[in-house]
Write a protein that binds this ligand. Structure first.
Ligand SMILES: Nc1ncnc2c1ncn2[C@@H]1O[C@H](COP(=O)(O)OP(=O)(O)OP(=O)(O)O)[C@@H](O)[C@H]1O
Length: 558
């Protein structure tokens, strides 16, 4: 069984007959789940009971979804006090909409053999018509609800919705470490206030591939004292899958990002590849996607981040799931939990915000027993990440020198492609890049001050994106980034006719320059409050162009 990295035998699901509901076992057979993965085995055989509170850690792509759904579905189906009709028995909270949908789909598969006793699984997440979903939820029998925290809080503001949770049996936090981080913890606490108290007896389950120490300090929000703590990861082993070799490619400077990425992808991809490239912000991802859609790859290009409508996000997710090959540029909307079959390469461009984010992104490949590769592309200055995370098995890429030197051969095709891209796309990328670094606490490890950050962003814009000058920035946005008074900005003023903002006066479009030589073609935006490029009028260009040295960033969101 390929899930087991130590080569030991996996236990067949058939051995659970009598312990796990026969209808669930039948569904598992239909799904092709013949043997238990290690995390499924540990949960189903070592948990004191299927109703026990637990904190469970297992590597990415090893079947945690079924590991948390099976015990609670079994309990729902076999409880001596059946769930009253219309009540929610199981609540799963997930950090992203895409993951919520994926969990609900797996739940539907697991409950597909219940015949007339079918359990309804509903989803609730933002970006969709709330009224329609809520009325379906209120009028249906949502025994299971998979929700993102924001929309769930919204639902729970209505007392008739709160009443539907009066008999809750299990609360699951998937990606528990991120759900219990500062960004989500306040939401989770508010949600808990509106649910029956823990003393009512509901089960808490927390699952993740990463459980940093700070998570253990706050799990008591959902787990009772004495909860079971299970892990399939040996303390001495790396937290990533052994069958996913990991490499770093270090480039000299941030201005090399686009050419080096083109060189790297040209080096790594084949016409059959299925790869994901993570960028640091949604708008940087949009820029990569635009760039590589200009003939820099023969693969179909996919783009996924929070700045797209939910319809587009859902369609792209489904398309990439079923695609046999393709090149996905993505933000962290798919950094955790998402299961895209047969991804053979994950590339991270720039710094992840922490080692957990790195681990989850790498985990988009090598899933379900498959193999894969992961590469992180950093600047020299950013390479501190490698030294600071020595437990991650990241090796130098054997072809680094060639990839970096071949970047020159891609310069002309990248430049030509950049000239074909709308300036607003570049302005947004520039603004998000600044916002990312300004808000990330990364300037200190990069040994950079704010003026250095602006210089670096300007160099990336002019030398990397081939903008004629630093893209315009509104004073208001600069202030929100905490960069007020920092030299080097091309200030823009608000003006124009619309009430929501104003029209942009952009630098005149540049004519694409012919390429000198054909090359071999191959988050959240923390402080970019609205699509940039709206509401700005160029006033003054100022340049300050010492060659800096860093790209990247993190941000744990969309
Ligand atoms: N027992 C099994 N037999 C065969 N395939 C399985 C089994 N359990 C899970 N899978 C498949 O393995 C893949 C990964 O499962 P899942 O998404 O639940 O992993 P995960 O551990 O939750 O990953 P992540 O840490 O990224 O959230 C899915 O495609 C799933 O269908």
């Amino acid at each position: 069984m390929p899930f087991l990295e130590d080569g030991s035998d996996a236990q067949p699901y058939a051995s659970m007959a009598g312990n796990l509901d026969a209808r669930l076992l039948k569904a598992l057979r239909v799904m092709g789940f013949e043997t238990m993965t290690p995390v499924q085995q540990i949960v189903l055989t070592q948990l004191p009971s299927f109703q026990s509170d637990c904190l469970v850690q297992a590597k990415t792509g090893t079947g945690k979804t079924a590991a948390f759904l099976l015990p609670c579905l079994h309990t729902l189906l076999n409880s001596p006090t059946p769930l009253p009709n219309g009540q929610v028995g199981v609540l799963v909270i997930s950090p992203t909409r895409e993951l919520a949908l994926q969990i609900a789909k797996e739940c539907d598969q697991l409950t597909s053999q219940l015949g007339r006793n079918k359990l309804e699984c509903h989803v609730a997440f933002g970006g969709t018509a709330k009224a329609t979903n809520l009325s379906k939820f209120m009028n249906g029998s949502p025994s299971i609800l998979v929700a993102t925290p924001g929309r769930l809080k919204d639902y729970l503001s209505e007392s008739q919705v709160v009443r539907k949770f009066a008999n809750i049996r299990t609360l699951i936090l998937d990606e528990a470490d991120t759900m219990l981080e500062s960004g989500f913890l306040a939401d989770v606490k508010e949600i808990l206030k509106l649910l029956p108290p823990k003393s009512a007896g509901w089960q808490g389950m927390c699952f993740s591939a990463t459980v940093p120490a700070k998570t253990r300090e706050v799990v008591d929000n959902v787990l009772a004292p004495g909860y079971a703590s299970l892990s399939t990861i040996d303390k001495a082993e790396p937290p990533t899958l052994e069958r996913v070799p990991q490499y770093h490619v270090i480039m000299p400077s941030v201005t090399d990002t686009f050419n080096t990425l083109a060189s790297l992808l040209n080096h790594e991809l084949t016409p059959d590849s299925k790869a994901i490239v993570f960028g640091v912000t949604a708008n940087m991802v949009a820029l990569y996607s635009n760039l590589f859609s200009q003939g820099l790859t023969s693969l179909r290009v996919f783009e996924l981040h929070s700045r797209l409508s939910q319809n587009v996000r859902t369609r792209t997710t489904n398309d990439f799931k079923t695609a046999s090959s393709g090149l996905m540029f993505a933000s962290d909307v798919i950094g955790r939990g998402m299961d895209f079959p047969n991804v053979d390469l994950v590339v991270q461009v720039g710094l992840p915000s922490n080692s957990e984010q790195y681990i989850h992104r790498v985990g988009r490949t090598g899933r379900a027993g498959n193999t894969g590769r992961a590469i992180i592309l950093l600047t020299q200055a950013e390479s501190f990440f490698i030294n600071a995370n020595r437990r991650l098995p990241i090796q130098p890429h054997a072809q680094t020198a060639k990839i970096v030197s071949d970047a020159v051969a891609h310069a002309s095709s990248v430049e030509r492609a950049m000239h074909a891209i709308d300036e607003t796309v570049k302005q947004r990328a520039y603004s998000s890049f600044l916002g990312f670094f300004a808000g990330s606490g990364l300037l200190k490890p990069l040994r950079m001050d704010k003026a250095g950050l602006v210089r670096m962003a300007n160099e990336m814009a002019m030398q990397g994106m081939h903008c004629p000058e630093p893209p315009p920035m509104e004073k208001k946005t600069i202030g929100k980034m905490g960069l007020k008074g920092v030299p080097g900005f091309n200030y823009a003023t608000v003006g124009g006719p619309t009430s929501t903002g104003a029209q942009t006066a952009r630098p005149p479009p540049r004519r694409p320059r012919p390429a000198a030589k054909e090359g071999p073609d191959a988050s959240r935006d923390l402080l970019n409050p609205k699509p940039a490029g709206t509401g700005v009028v160029k006033k003054k260009a100022s340049r300050n162009g010492r060659r800096g040295g860093h790209a990247g960033g993190g941000g744990n969101g969309e």
